[in-house]
Design a binder for this molecule. Sequence first.
Ligand SMILES: [Cu+2]
Length: 328
Amino acid sequence: MPADDTVFSVLYDKFLFWSIIVGVLTFGWLFYAMARYRQNIVPDTTDVDHIVVGSFPVERHNTRIEVLFYVLPTLIVVWLVVLALSSNTAVWVIPDEDESFNMEVVGKQWFWEFNYNEELTWQDDPRETGIDVNWGQDLVVQFANSGATNISITMDGVSSDYGLDTGLGTLRLLSSIDRFTYSTVEVLDSSGEVLHTWQHIPVGHQLSTALGEHLVVPCDEEVVLSLFSLTSDYSELNSTYWGVQHSFWLPEWGVKEDLVPGLEGGTVMWFMADDPGTFDIRCAEYCGLDHSKMIGKVDVVSYFDEKTNQQILCDADTGVKKSDGVSS
Ligand SMILES: [Cu+2]
């Protein structure tokens, strides 16, 4: 089920609220009039100037009600326009580059590529897994009572495994983090199941749905995506074929934007996710034979904020946004 607190669902609720009020008033009036003026009701004969069908009751008209007929709907329509425009503004004003997480999305036939303009260090929520990985000067893994028995460290595709001393509860490896290497630490149990994931995505790294990879974005931060459509053999770009139009769609947050071939600056969209989790990516523009395969996933993760030295934990249910996480 899509997130229920997007600007669009809030706008929907507001429109529904005012529609119900208008509906109750108009249908109430309708049914009242049907009952009051139904057939076989004997007209009030003491009323000299009674209503004649087909003629406007000039003497009996009520100026206040007639003014209300015009003023009230006008006010409601103006109010709905204000609501709709303010939601539009909330969506179309792109957040400041310094205060948001900026990256590129490239659509090709028929997959998505995600280019990182900023580094991202994240891990699963330690409150849920009972495991805390912290990689600064040393790699420190705290795993007491979590059932973890092994860790697997993958750097640029090369993996190495280490056994964990379950009696100790902590592992410290004398190895400082390499900020320029795509690194993943997986903490596993004895059956090889991954209990906890920590990852560092360096600047310039690319993830691709063609390789089965997910887009990974920080929670609780404005994520600004610059969107480009390119051909699959972009390096040998010939001037006769510029690729096709795609549309990057994140149904969870109701945001969607076209990717336009040949548009140098690209197009821009942004969103902010409160809850961690894995959500759908779709292409919403028919883009050729394998359009239907142009699907993917986006992982919303708790990330490590270098500025405040804190892990940003996202949890809309408990209202916990930030906590003293690991320190590096
Ligand atoms: Cu497409």
